[in-house]
Design a protein around this ligand. Structure first.
Ligand code: SAH
Ligand code: SF4
Ligand code: F3S
Length: 442
């Protein structure tokens, strides 16, 4: 009988792609995927620790497996990702969930095969967390699940130490992949039929700063990737406002393949808060970058991340965030309540904000962001957009895909067009979603 795996992924695109790498390793060992926990022979949690609720989700779902493991002792339960890489967390996990069989970190995920084999040879529990980042190991066995998009790491780790953020502690220092390896990977993906390439890094604009790339910086890399022959589009994330620059925008202008959307997390609209966050840019610099981007492309869109209730954030600071959101007119924004993370600087700052105030601010901000998104939707009415069809919605009986700005469009079609670029005439705008009629398929 075939062995089956089930992976539960939390967190960002980085983790989504790493789950694809883990799936590749499991398939090599002969496992096939199952969509249910109950018939899995191996369940793997790829965890996130960016905020407390991300951790709580993982804790809850791992805990819920106690019964299944009792009924099925041969079931292998593995836990990897950012949480296991957090200082002291594996001890807590071991105590709370003695039934976990394997634990590994973000810095040694490519060792998963060996760890599973150790477990199968009879070792009771295999816990190996690498403390320090090593050389990049090139890995081309990912089992991709996001067609027609393909995630491509350009770098790992983060050096920025924003005062609230745990990522630098659980992902190590910045390491850039060699440009020739990235280009070769994208060429291969395009040949295989992928039609959207998303370049991933915690701060893509500092690509190459570690001296690993033979002086190729992010603008140059983006140029190299977008110069690859083929009908596909290119996205990148995340850009850090302290390093985002005109060179990158010039490359965007050179290649129509590059989506004219920049994910530029602002975090706060207040200079006092930005300083305490150690973001190393001001509100003014941020707004200038937005202006510069729009001087090249008046229709460029921006998306962002915002944290409310950071220690010391006053009502006045918060209102400056609202002002900035209105001024930029983000296409969408991910909004978060500040969550203290042990070991980060902000966790010990005085003036932590009460939960009541945090909740009040996030409610107001979400309302504002949603109203902006809705207004933008209405502007799409009767316009024609091009989406990349990525899925079929069974319930709605409609295909769906995103335009270059990340806007979701739904449409009816008589045959499968997943992976095709489709021109849609928008006939209805409903909140954040658009509905249209297909005019052209490519
Ligand atoms: N490298 C990216 C983002 C990584 S984490 C960048 O620098 O923008 C994704 C988002 O989670 C962050 O942009 C931030 O808005 C949010 N985040 C990070 N740490 C957080 C914390 N402790 N509490 C609340 N939100 C947090
Ligand atoms: Fe975290 Fe800042 Fe690094 Fe982003 S740039 S991952 S927010 S430390
Ligand atoms: Fe991503 Fe969460 Fe780790 S946001 S980098 S999976 S802590």
């Amino acid at each position: 009988m075939e062995l089956k795996y089930h992976i539960v992924t939390y967190g960002c695109q980085m983790n989504v792609h790493e789950s694809e790498k883990m799936a590749g390793i499991l398939r090599k060992l002969g496992y096939v995927e199952t969509s249910t926990l109950n018939d899995a022979d191996l369940i793997l949690f790829n965890t996130c620790c960016i905020r407390e609720n991300a951790e709580n989700h993982a804790f809850g779902n791992i805990g819920a497996l106690k019964k299944l493991k009792k009924e099925k002792p041969e079931l292998i339960i593995a836990v990897g990702g950012c949480m296991t890489q957090e200082k002291g967390k594996t001890e807590i996990l071991k105590q709370k969930f003695p039934f976990i069989d394997i634990m590994f970190g973000t810095l040694n995920l490519e060792e998963l095969e060996r760890l599973i084999l150790l477990k199968k040879q009879g070792k009771k529990r295999v816990v190996e967390i690498r403390e320090k980042e090593g050389e990049i190991i090139e890995f081309d066995g990912a089992y991709r699940t996001s067609y027609p998009n393909a995630w491509v790491n350009i770098m790992y780790g983060c050096n920025n130490f924003c005062s609230y953020c745990i990522v630098p502690y659980v992902r190590g220092r910045e390491r850039s992949r060699k440009p020739e390896n990235i280009v070769a990977e994208v060429e291969k993906l395009v040949k295989e039929g992928y039609r959207e390439i998303t370049l991933l890094g915690q701060n893509v604009n500092s690509y190459g700063n570690d001296g690993n790339t033979n002086s190729v910086d992010f603008a140059k890399l983006l140029d190299m990737v977008a110069s690859i022959q083929g009908d596909f589009r290119v996205r990148f994330m995340t850009s850090h406002p302290k390093d985002f620059n005109e060179e990158v925008v010039k490359v965007m202008a050179k290649h129509r393949k590059i989506c004219r959307l920049v994910h530029l997390p602002v975090q706060s609209g207040s200079n006092a808060v930005l300083k305490e966050m150690n973001r190393r840019y001001t509100r003014e610099k941020y707004l200038e970058e937005v202006k510069m981007l729009r001087s090249y492309f008046p229709d460029a869109e921006l998306t962002t991340d915002i944290i409310v209730g950071f220690p010391g954030e006053t009502e006045e600071d918060y209102l400056q965030t609202e002002e900035l959101v209105k001024e930029v007119g983000f296409a969408s924004a991910f909004t978060f309540i500040y969550s203290p993370r042990t070991g980060t600087k902000a966790a010990t700052m005085p003036n932590q904000i009460s939960e009541d105030i945090q909740k009040n601010r996030i409610m107001r901000l979400v309302k504002l962001v949603n109203s902006l998104t809705r207004q933008k939707s209405e502007k799409y009415l009767n316009k024609t957009i091009e989406i990349l069809c990525e899925d079929y919605d069974e319930k709605k009986g409609l295909y769906l895909g995103r335009d270059e700005y990340g806007r979701m469009g739904y449409f009816k079609f008589e045959k499968d067009v997943i992976g095709k670029f489709v021109t849609l005439k928008i006939t209805k705008a409903n909140g954040i979603s658009l509905y249209g009629e297909a005019e052209n398929v490519r």
